[in-house]
Every structure is written in C-alpha cells, then in structure tokens.
Design a binder for this molecule. Structure first.
Ligand code: NAP
Length: 284
C-alpha cells in the first residue's frame, strides 16, 4: 500500500513555522522582511503565480512589493528597476517572474540580482555553491521536494535516485540536492537511451519533464518513491503530472499527487528563502 505525500499539509506546516520566524525577526530587528516581485507583460498564467506568491507573503507576514511593468517595457527600464531593488534595504529578496516577454534578455536582468537576494536560487553563484555543497539559496521547487522527502522520513543516503529532466531550475538542482544527500544519482533527458531500464533501477524517481502521464507503471520498481514535479493538462484539460498516477501508485511506497504534491511546496520555499535571506543579512 502506497503512502500519498500530502504536499498541501507539509506546505501548511512549514508556512506556520516560517510565519513564526518572520514574526520573531520583526520583534528582534524592528523591521519587516520584504520580497520584491517584478512582473513584466501580461502572461495570464504568470499573473496567477504572482498573485499566489503575494497572497502567500501576506499570510506569512512578509511584506511584498509588486512591480507591474507593461509588455512594452524596455530592457533598460527592467534593469533599472532591478538595480534599484538590489540596493533597497527594505527588500530582502528579489524575484523576476519568468518568462519575460520576447525581446527582453532574462539572463541580463537576472544577473543584476545580488546573490544574497536571489530567492529563486537561479544565479550562477547560488547554483555553483549548491554544486559545491556550500550554504546558499536553493531553487524553490527542488528544495521543496527535498523538504517533503525529509519530513516524510524517507531515507536518501545510499539510495539510487533517477531524475528525469535537466533544466537549470528543476532537474539539475534536484540532482545536486540528492547527490549532496548521498544518493547515487542518474540524470535523464530527451536523448537518454534505455530510460525505462534506468528508471526501473531507481529507489527514488523524480519526474520533471513536462509531458502528461509520461512515466508509466512498467518503468517503476516495486516499492519506489515517486515524486512528480510535472504540471500538465491531460486530454480533458485537467491538471496532471508527468506520472501516470492511477497506474503507478500501487507500485510505490510513496508518491506525490498532482495537484497537491510538489506545487504547494514551491511557494513555501520562496517564503523560506526570503526569511533565510533576511536572516543572513543580519549575520544569522
Ligand atoms: P523544461 O525546462 O522544459 O525541461 C524538461 C526536461 O525534460 C528537459 O531536460 C528535457 O530534456 C526532458 N525531457 C523532455 N522530453 C523527454 C523525454 N521524452 N524523455 C526524457 N526526458 C525528456 O521543464 P522544467 O521547467 O524543468 O519543468 C518540468 C515540469 O515541471 C513542467 O511540467 C513544469 O510545468 C513543471 N514545474 C512544476 C513546478 C511546481 O512548482 N510544481 C515548478 C517548475 C516546473 P532535454 O534537456 O534533452 O530537452
């Protein structure tokens, strides 16, 4: 019998802890913790994400500063805004909502976020520190996965982990986190051969592909832990993951659902990183 990893419950518990940390910080240092969110254009899915992030900040007692720029904003207008936030003492974390409208250079904008305010953990410096297993701000989604695995008491050390997907924001940092936790890690991608055999060898499978129900039951070993990062629409337009949940679940020891698995942890880890950035700024 599998155990469902309830991301909503883990996220709620963690958000309560974070809210306590935020209140404690305000008491001790007499100032609010601030997160600046920069949103350019009118991508409707991104708008929903930004709204959810701002709401989560309010609930945790983090002050949010939202900047909405039109799709016509120039590279230098976006860069000037980020530069001003970089030196703003009331801002502990800066998040630039991606993707930026076509024609804007996202890398150039992101490179202006100081490493200590990079609460998305996307900067080369934070990724480099993660690879060297040094303290840093870690990308929210993979860090949320690690938190859930730990909170469930799932053993990682010595296990064989397979990460499917090698994006800079999910797959690669996920693999690094598992490696840092002493798993033996294989990273797969669209050119991987024998994907099924590799997956079948895994004690822990993390799917971060972006293809609905791609991971099927014949790819999963009995008793494996399966984490589904994917967020897709199925043929009926319903939200679903990269894992064929209905058929895979009975082979697993643990599995995350979609929705209600990894998703709720992502914004939680953004709050966590913002608190961590504020604490680091006062030497904690
Ligand atoms: P991405 O940048 O598109 O990366 C997808 C990865 O999957 C790539 O490395 C790609 O390989 C690999 N891939 C594609 N087809 C494959 C195949 N047939 N076999 C093996 N590997 C294959 O996507 P992402 O940003 O990492 O996101 C992945 C999924 O997670 C998406 O569904 C996204 O919506 C979801 N997501 C969820 C959250 C959350 O909070 N729950 C956060 C972020 C992302 P190549 O490198 O060879 O192209």
């Amino acid at each position: 019998m599998y155990k469902l990893i309830d991301g909503k419950a883990h996220a709620a518990a963690m958000r309560r802890e974070i809210a306590c940390g935020v209140a404690e910080y305000r008491r001790k240092y007499g100032r609010d913790i601030g997160l600046a969110v920069v949103f350019v254009g009118d991508n409707s899915a991104s708008k929903v994400y930004v709204r959810n992030k701002i709401k989560a900040c309010e609930e945790a007692g983090v002050k949010s500063f939202a900047y909405y720029l039109p799709a016509t904003a120039t590279q230098s207008e976006v860069e000037e805004l980020v530069k001003s936030l970089a030196v703003d003492k009331s801002v502990d974390g800066i998040l630039v909502q991606l993707p930026l409208p076509a024609g804007l250079n996202a890398d150039a904008v992101l490179s202006l976020i100081p490493v200590e305010k990079d609460v998305d953990g996307f900067s080369e410096s934070n990724i480099g520190s993660l690879c060297m297993n040094k303290p840093c701000l870690v990308a929210c989604t993979p860090n949320g996965v690690m938190r859930m695995l730990r909170r469930e008491g799932i053993e990682i050390k010595g296990k064989r982990a397979v990460v499917i997907g090698r994006s800079n924001i999910v797959g690669k940092p996920m693999a690094m986190l598992l490696l840092n936790a002493d798993a033996t890690v294989t990273v797969c991608h669209s050119r991987t051969q024998n994907l099924k055999e590799i997956c079948l060898s895994a004690d822990i499978v993390v799917a971060a592909i972006g293809r609905a129900k791609f991971i099927t039951a014949d790819m999963i070993k009995e008793g494996a832990v399966v984490v589904d990062v994917g967020m897709n629409r199925d043929e009926d337009g319903k939200l679903c993951g990269d894992v064929d949940f209905a058929n895979v679940k009975d082979k697993c020891s643990y599995i995350t659902p979609v929705p209600g698995g990894v998703g709720p942890m992502t914004i939680t880890m953004l709050l966590y990183n913002t608190l961590a950035a504020a604490e680091r700024s006062v030497g904690l």
